[in-house]
Design a protein around this ligand. Sequence first.
Ligand code: FES
Ligand code: FE2
Length: 401
Amino acid sequence: MRQPEDLLNPRHYDRVRQEPLEAETLPSWCYTSREWFDLEVKHIFMKSWNLIGRVDRVPGPGDFVTLTYTGVPIIVTRGRDNVVRAFANTCRHRGAMLLEGEGNCKAAIKCPYHGWVYGLDGALQGAPEMEETKNFDRADYGLIPVRLETWGGFMFVNFDDKAPTLKQWAGEIYDTILPYDPENLVCTRRKEFDIRCNWKLYVENFNDVGHIKTVHKSSLQKLSDKYDRPTEFEPRKAEGFTFFCTHAGTRTLLEGVDNAKGFEPIPTLTGRTQRGSFYPTLMPLACFGFCIDSAWALEMYPLGPDRMKLVLNSCFHKDAVKRPDFEKVAQAYYDRMDVAVPEDNAINELMQRGLGSPQAVPGRIGKLEVAVTVMNTWWLDRVLGPSTQPRAKKESDARAA
Ligand code: FES
Ligand SMILES: [Fe+2]
């Protein structure tokens, strides 16, 4: 489908912004166009809370990680006061990148070019050869802070000073994860995948209940007592939504692995969290799975219209991690992910290739895909501004428009 000249004309998207069962899918250029991707970076990623992993990435003072989020290089470091902060990874002297990779920078961040030194709180502590520079006050040249807040031990950054707090962003969803004792989860494995697809396809697939019996037919679907059950979509007062599925045992082990050989349930579970799995999505693309005995988070980095990086965070309660046989038992959980995640990666790459066809035209949404329309509408509202079109009452009306 050819990208129109008037890309931002909201009329191109009216049929997407309908009730799910009356809606069409996004035009294919939304998944393939560099121009559209750049608009998403500007209007979505520069203004949203973006997941960058768990705080245990920087467990001690001076520990740091660097990363680039949609083109913005940042440093995340823990101060001597135990506060985790993020900064733009660019020197205030003449702009050199300050740190690469990850490690421990002890008490300060030193620029490799002319040796300016910054404290772990970002304050400029030393600036050699600047004593004759006029009107130069070190207090004016600290590192540029990037907003960093945490949610149940998960770190998010936001590049917009005017955005709401992360707690406001997560709204009702925040309380729903509390039974999992999220602050006491430990990320024991971060596994990266380089995927040739648009980031939206990955989030849509995560929230597409209907793909289990096809894409995962040789793996997850074999656990039919856990997967042949309704997974309920739950709108939330939040920038996001949740799904819940009631089933026995855990969904995080494959067929043939005795559930009794897995970890004990997380000790703080209450109510329905003892009898099922819970899947929150925080817009625009942070996806989580909480099971009775473990949790995982999909940390995603959009790299372009047809490429993204996924970091799968596998998390367990600190009580499980203390077990002497932890690594052996955890391996069965990792094995499940190492089967199911590549299945998702492959189908998303096929989606990308199909949508790249000039003959790809919008399709329709089924009852198991309602979250796709909810997300499509949210993304469009960010890029285009809220719709001024009333929603269609009937499918026929929408098509006649
Ligand atoms: S660019 Fe960093 S000290 Fe000169
Ligand atoms: Fe899947």
